[in-house]
Design a protein around this ligand. Structure first.
Ligand SMILES: [Zn+2]
Length: 108
């Protein structure tokens, strides 16, 4: 397993901007909010591995969508279908990304 998405070692997870207190780990964020830091705003300086992976995966899926939309746009530009026809067709597209992934990764 590579360390590409690991947080920077030895660096605090974040900083409370309200009381200027360091937040060493992600779990300390909830602890602070539930304790004496209720309503404080916390700046994340060193995202957790899960947060880094989440951002990356979100970007990948958004890129794939943009690519699909651009391809659909080309079909419209070539006069194969209209924007209205695409809108109607898209109503029948129900993609649950997590289910699709499960299916894909089980087939590999
Ligand atoms: Zn605070």
């Amino acid at each position: 397993m590579s360390n590409l998405f690991d947080p920077t070692p030895g660096q605090d997870y974040g900083l409370c901007l309200t009381c200027n207190k360091p937040i060493p780990n992600e779990s300390d964020k909830a602890k602070h909010w539930n304790g004496d830091g209720k309503g404080h705003s916390i700046r994340v300086l060193n995202e957790s591995r899960a947060e880094r992976i989440e951002s990356h995966i979100t970007r990948e899926v958004e890129d794939a969508l943009q690519s699909a939309f651009s391809s659909i746009d080309d079909y419209i530009a070539r006069g194969h279908f209209t924007e209205e026809e695409v809108t109607v067709a898209l109503r029948t597209v129900h993609v649950e990304v997590d289910d699709e992934w499960k299916e894909y990764s089980n087939g590999n």
